[in-house]
Design a binder for this molecule. Sequence first.
Ligand code: HEM
Length: 534
Amino acid sequence: IRCQSMKTDEPKAKMNILDSASNLLTNFLSGGKMGSMPQAEGAVSDLFGRPLFFALYDWFLEHGSVYKLAFGPKAFVVVSDPIVARHILRENGLSYDKGVLAEILEPIMGKGLIPADIDTWKQRRRVIAPGFHALYLEAMVKVFTDCSERTILKFERLFEGEETKGGRTIELDLEAEFSSLALDIIGLGVFNYDFGSVTKESPVIKAVYGTLFEAEHRSTFYIPYWKIPLARWLVPRQRKFQKDLKFINDCLDDLIRNAKETRQETDLEQLQKRDYLNVKDASLLRFLVDMRGADVDDRQLRDDLMTMLIAGHETTAAVLTWAVFLLAQHPSRMKKAQAEIDSVLGQGRITFESIKKLEYMRLIVVEALRLYPQPPLLIRRALKSDKLPGGHKGDNNGYAIPAGTDIFVSVYNLHRSPYFWDKPNEFEPERFLVKRGSQGIEGWAGFDPARSPGALYPNEIISDFAFMPFGGGPRKCVGDQFALMESTVALAMLLQKFDIELKGSPESVELVTGATIHTKNGLWCRLKKREDIQ
Ligand code: HEM
């Protein structure tokens, strides 16, 4: 890794790479306009060694909260400051689009919310966001418990299985289990389709994983070779990807056709009052199809569903994985969580109301998201020239950036910033209970729960963008409450029954990243039935 401060007008090697890179090249060549912004120069090998976000953290400590990173002809501005992040995501949010990310995801998600251009996004966000209303979320808690119960039952059966022979522990890759669980939940929640992946394999599950795998590959592979004419036919993995994609698209088309054939058109207000706990289909697809005045072509609807399938699956599975990884290293915190679960739930079922009482569990989930944000980087491209505000340390007065500038907002850096967190790399769920002022940091409002009354979980408003696991501003995650409750329920149900240890050392759990942070070889754990249930 080569990393050094240098003047922005120093000559750089130019390389001819494919399509989207030409935009990046333009940005790079206009780098001089960004004045004296510190610059880190990455070697291409950085992209293949340790996860990129680790290197971005080191450079943040070295170069400050706004710096420029050049990889050959590619250049990104890396932002690790809440005041600057707030400007890009919220205050001037609609002056940025998803840039490179949209180019990568568009072949998979089409014009779904994540890669959508601003005009499509405005139309679809208005329709989709109201779908995550209170009664829907309450009905989803039942889906979360039903699906988690299936997972627990599967584990309990393993204790009786051949290999365990009635023994006291089982060993499993919990990351894989969480992935199946999250897939089942998102399928039911978004389009009322039961993948049943906790208990079986099927062609559609394989196709979903194939597509997710490709989405992941594309987010880490910076040269979009799949755009070369004929690549989709000549490169075997691209051929497979096209086949998987067609399989899922056909499946989604069927679900959409079905939903449209049974459409019951209703006003938004009525739709949000339906008896979601007792209807046969509480899914978001049902909501989107039934909403009066929200007619949309099937292609757009399919893009929306595919986007939510991908956005809501790996992310939640990753939160559960890292929460367990952290808890397993802190047995006293695991015990504290179990004591809370025992006192709130006993051996009973979790409900929407009981989530409100599981405060410590909720803090564990958000602390896992602080240390392992999913995704660790948000990607933006400036649609017009802009002036970024100065960073928190007063180490710059703000930089002018030209239109077309590509930006990484490093959520990982923000969440582990020594300027905003005590012991930033340590797992301390209790930290969110401590009220803090702005410590004299000009332009930053500190931590104040009063800014987000009624919020069950700490968020970017309470922390004034020092903690922003779901982004912020107009393009903030629409599924944040869904995901937080899902993670709380699944984790609480697991800890209600089992003690968990890592099978190997924490160091042996290697990290890799694509869209999310996951392990290289799984999160192998040892589960023991709890004997101390109160
Ligand atoms: C956007 C994180 C779960 C649907 C986002 C963004 C983040 C995020 C950081 C903002 C991206 C950006 O600004 O570039 C997460 C995490 C999750 C999660 C950490 C789980 C713990 C979900 C779920 C759904 C979902 C369950 C749907 C059911 C979306 C959609 C967007 C989005 C549609 C795009 C919003 C827009 O541009 O208007 N998510 N998400 N996410 N997320 Fe999530």
